[in-house]
Structures are given as structure tokens and as C-alpha cells.
Design a protein around this ligand. Structure first.
Ligand code: MEV
Length: 312
């Protein structure tokens, strides 16, 4: 095999980001925006035709090292804006792992790819959870640390553990509002860690996010949008207390609420995107645009990592 391609979807988090880093429950859904990656053998690292510093591409470096490869010629094509809270980095790790494994004639076992992609994210971003990589690998939806269902995989790290189950989420319409502010996950996770160290009540906030996520799980499965929306909005306010919202995200969330069941930031925050659950996508898109955000409608139910170029 001289060249191998794979693609993986982005995701958004309905409930539970940041708290999941501490082993609390969370729910993420894959979206119909993918990154595709093709890999060929090469003595050094080349990305999209240019020589690339492996240190500036830590996900790729980590995966290449694991496979004993000094480099590769990589082509990427992404429809997931980077730093947008939509899992672009996790999707890159998942697709890159799948492509490198394919190039080396190794299995495409999703649990192996999920572990390898999580390790790459950990190397690149620091102390996160396997939520984003699991959503990209499995597709559709994933629940972390929610009882019931058959586990797809269990992942442990630094005394924390996550049981990942797959969920068949019904079709729901969400509007994403991108602030245009790129925000990396690692520093936001670190910010919550510091905040938790300095504020005793932060642990209560994290517990409350965990409880509302458990409550939200049955509502996701029943397509109870009227029950789910207020939990999302409450989750946003709790994330704001933890210090991971920002003025732009708050503005877009508030603007969306009159047209939606609920809205919240998604992902690590500090910029990136918010997401609104709505049956009036045009109204939400108009409200987001009027407040300076970039709206787009996302569909759930997307397939996970897959070999070959993406079907658009
Ligand atoms: C980022 O999409 C989600 C966080 O919970 C970090 C993580 O789970 O790794 C903020």
C-alpha cells in the first residue's frame, strides 16, 4: 500500500464538557463536517506539499512515532474550522491514526483507533478526556460514564476512567454559532483545573454539570427537546461560572434563546462556538448573524472514522 486515506467527523457536546475531564458524565454527537487525510511514505514530515516541523504537528508526530515512522507526506482537507469547539483536532487524530494504520497494514479496529487518537490528543493538548476522539471514531453519538448500554471501550488515564457507550441519537436540528475566535482546548482545561484548585465550590459546579447530564441522557434518547433545551442553557451558565465562557459566546447564546429550546457553548469555550437546539433554524441563524457570529446548521447521525476519501 503506497497511499492510504481516511476521514473522521467533528462533533459538538450537548452536555458535560469540562466536567468529563474529572470523570463526570458527558454526551457528544458527531456532525456532518469531516476532515480527510491521506498519507504516503516519506522520510520527513510534509503537510499539504510543504516541509513541516513535527513539533508543530504534535498529533501527527505522536502517531508516526508509535508506528516507528520518521515522517510521511500528508494531505488534509477539512470542513471543521480549527479551534471552533467542534473537535477538529480530535477528528484529525482519528483520521490520521486510521490512515497510518492502513498504510502499515494494521487493523482498523475502532477501539484501537480510539485509544491511539486519545493518546495523540493527550500528547498534543494535555489533560483532557477521550470524549472528542471517541465521538470522531464512533460517529453518531457517544455517552461517557453514563450507566447502561454496552461499552464501546473503556479508557483510563492518571487515576481517571471513562466508560464510552454509543448512542443512537434521533435526528435533531442544531445551529452552531461560531464566534470566529480560535481557542485551543489545552489552556481552557488548565484554566478550569486552576479555578478548581482555588475555589472549593467549583467541585459542586462540576458535580451539578454531571447530574444534569445524567438527566439529559434519557431526554436525548426520547427526543424530548423541550426537556433537553433548558438543561443545555443551565449547563452554559455553569460553564460560565467555571470561567470558560466569554462575552461573544454569552451574546450568541442569549440571542439564540428566544428562537430555541436551549443553547450553550460547546467544547472548551473561551471562544470557539455555541450550539442551539431549535425547530426554527432560520430564526437562530438570523439572531446569531445579527450579533456578529457565523451560523451554520448541523445534522447529527454522521458515521465515524472511515477509510477512503469522504463522501460529501
Ligand atoms: C473539548 O471539546 C471538551 C473538554 O471537555 C476537554 C476534554 O474533554 O478533553 C473541554
Amino acid at each position: 500500500m503506497t497511499e492510504y486515506s481516511a476521514s473522521a467527523p467533528g462533533k459538538f457536546v450537548i452536555l458535560g464538557e469540562h466536567a468529563v475531564v474529572y470523570g463526570k458524565p458527558a454526551i457528544a454527537l458527531a456532525i456532518d463536517r469531516r476532515i480527510s487525510v491521506s498519507v504516503r511514505r516519506c522520510g520527513d514530515l510534509r503537510v499539504n506539499g510543504e516541509a513541516a516541523d513535527p513539533g508543530s504537528n504534535p498529533h501527527m508526530k505522536h502517531i508516526l512515532d508509535r508506528h516507528g515512522m520518521a515522517g510521511a507526506a500528508v494531505r488534509t482537507d477539512s470542513r471543521i474550522p480549527p479551534g471552533s469547539g467542534l473537535g477538529s483536532s480530535a477528528a484529525l487524530s482519528a483520521a490520521f491514526s486510521s490512515a497510518v494504520r492502513g498504510l502499515n497494514g494494521m487493523s482498523q479496529d475502532p477501539s484501537e483507533i480510539a485509544r491511539e487518537a486519545f493518546e495523540a490528543e493527550h500528547y498534543a493538548q494535555g489533560r483532557g478526556s477521550p470524549m472528542d476522539t471517541s465521538a470522531s471514531v464512533h460517529g453518531k453519538g457517544v455517552a461517557l460514564n453514563i450507566p447502561g448500554g454496552d461499552a464501546l471501550w473503556d479508557i483510563d488515564r492518571d487515576g481517571r476512567s471513562w466508560r464510552v457507550t454509543g448512542i443512537e441519537a434521533p435526528e435533531m436540528t442544531f445551529v452552531v454559532g461560531y464566534t470566529g475566535i480560535r481557542a485551543a482546548t489545552g489552556p481552557m482545561v488548565e484554566r478550569v483545573r486552576r479555578y478548581k484548585e482555588g475555589n472549593g465550590f467549583a467541585a459542586d459546579v462540576i458535580d451539578e454539570i454531571g447530574s444534569l447530564t445524567l438527566d439529559g441522557m434519557s431526554r436525548v434518547l426520547k427526543n424530548d427537546v423541550a426537556g433537553l433545551g433548558p438543561l443545555m442553557t443551565r449547563n452554559h451558565r455553569l460553564l460560565a461560572i467555571l470561567g470558560v465562557s466569554c462575552r461573544e459566546l454569552d451574546k450568541l447564546v442569549e440571542a439564540s434563546l428566544p428562537h430555541s429550546y436551549g443553547a450553550k457553548l460547546t467544547g472548551s469555550g473561551g471562544g470557539g462556538s455555541m450550539v442551539a437546539l431549535t425547530d426554527d433554524p432560520e430564526g437562530v441563524c438570523r439572531a446569531i448573524s445579527a450579533r456578529g457570529g457565523a451560523p451554520f446548521v448541523v445534522r447529527t447521525g454522521e458515521r465515524g472514522v472511515s477509510a477512503g476519501p469522504p463522501v460529501r
